[in-house]
Structure formats: structure tokens, C-alpha cells
Design a protein around this ligand. Structure first.
Ligand code: ADP
Ligand code: 5GP
Length: 183
């Protein structure tokens, strides 16, 4: 099974690590999720996410287009089924970057996948990163930090933990796990 699921609290650096993996290891296929949240400055439809409205998302759920889907801080997120199944069937190394509820759904559907938790060096550093990104207002940051406490408590459910101290080092650790045969 060439599927790896990367999870971890909002602001820990999942998007940054995945961007580094894409840049350094273009042979790894990264799933593009669907979301109802608005694009952040610099995000492009079809690259970081497929951006849709709530109605379109609900339709996609109804017709079974998602492997998993979940609500996070007031918005819906889901992993499109078809491209992932095609890449797994082709034997490609595949990476999903999703939150905890989605990771649990994937564990039920695809128990052979590898589950990796990205952890912050400290709680204070997580708060600094989430606040420092500057893309959310205070209320949204508070909701994301509330979720972060829940997500951090679930670290032990995962097969591996990577501490995101330095971006390239953490990205290379992830790639090494993905390409090792121990799972
Ligand atoms: P997530 O996708 O987990 O919500 P992001 O990738 O958006 O997190 O990262 C949150 C913030 O932390 C961004 O401003 C990013 O530049 C910064 N960041 C990510 N990784 C590191 C790191 N290893 N050291 C310092 N800052 C980081
Ligand atoms: P953000 O809005 O910061 O990009 O993402 C918020 C959270 O949603 C992050 O924890 C991210 O990993 C998660 N996420 C992104 N795509 C998906 C998805 O397809 N499914 C699920 N369950 N979570 C996702």
C-alpha cells in the first residue's frame, strides 16, 4: 500500500511540508482536496484545493465522490475518490494531508495505509505559527486552537510522529517513511 496520511493540528506546518515534498519529490502524488472555505491569498483553484460552494459539496457527498469528508472550523473538506483510487492502483506513492476525523475514516476504509502525525515543537510555537500566518482573524484562530488541543491528544493513534522543527528536515523524514518498506 503506497498511501500515506499526514495529519496534525492547524498551523503546525502541514501545508508547508507538503509543498516541500511536492518541490523536492515530484514523483510523490499529492491528493488535491475539495473545500468550501475561501481561497487564502496565493492559493489557486485546483492546486492547493478545489474550491466549491456548500451546495456543490453536498452534491458530491451524495453521489459518493469522497473517500472521506469532514467539517473543520465551520467548513467542509473532502478527498476525491477517483484520482486517489487510480494512483493507488497504479502503485504510485500517494500523500493525503487531512484532519483527524478524516484520517480516522481513511483508517477504517484503508487500514493498510500509513498514518503520520506532524507535531509542533511546543504548544507556544504552534500558537505563534497559526497567529503568524496572518490569514485568519482572532475568532477563527481560537476555533482552530480549540481543535488543535483535540488533535494533539490523538497523536498516539498514529503509526509515526514527525516533529516539524525545520521544514526540509521534516519533509525528508516524511519522504523516508513513505519510501521505507516497513509498512
Ligand atoms: P497547516 O497547513 O498545518 O495549517 P501551514 O503550513 O500553513 O500549517 O504553516 C503555518 C505557519 O507556520 C506558516 O506561516 C508557515 O510558514 C509556518 N511554518 C511551517 N513550518 C515551519 C517550521 N518548520 N518552522 C517555522 N515556521 C514554520
Ligand atoms: P486549511 O483550511 O488550514 O487548509 O485546512 C484545515 C484542516 O483541514 C487541516 O487540518 C487540513 O489538513 C484539513 N483538510 C484538508 N483537506 C482535507 C480533506 O480532504 N479532508 C479532511 N478530512 N480534512 C482536510
Amino acid at each position: 500500500m503506497g498511501l500515506t496520511v499526514l495529519s496534525g493540528p492547524s498551523g503546525v506546518g502541514k501545508g508547508t511540508i507538503v509543498a516541500a515534498v511536492r518541490r523536492l519529490h515530484p514523483e510523490i502524488w499529492v491528493s488535491v482536496s475539495v473545500t468550501t472555505r475561501a481561497p487564502r491569498p496565493g492559493e489557486t483553484d485546483g492546486v492547493e484545493y478545489h474550491f466549491v460552494d456548500a451546495e456543490e459539496f453536498a452534491h458530491m457527498v451524495k453521489v459518493g465522490e469522497f473517500v472521506e469528508h469532514a467539517m473543520f472550523a465551520g467548513h467542509a473538506y473532502g478527498t476525491p475518490r477517483r484520482p486517489l483510487e487510480e494512483r493507488i492502483a497504479a502503485g504510485a506513492p500517494c500523500l493525503l494531508e487531512i484532519e483527524l476525523q478524516g484520517a480516522r475514516q481513511v483508517r477504517s476504509a484503508l487500514p493498510d495505509a500509513r498514518f503520520v502525525f506532524l507535531a509542533p515543537p511546543t504548544w507556544d510555537e504552534l500558537v505563534r505559527r497559526l497567529t503568524g500566518r496572518g490569514t485568519e482573524d482572532g475568532d477563527v484562530i481560537r476555533r482552530r486552537l480549540d481543535r488543535a488541543r483535540i488533535e494533539l491528544a490523538a497523536e498516539t493513534e498514529f503509526d509515526e510522529v514527525i516533529v516539524n522543527d525545520e521544514v526540509t528536515t521534516a519533509a525528508e523524514r516524511l519522504v523516508r517513511l513513505m519510501t521505507s518498506s516497513s509498512h
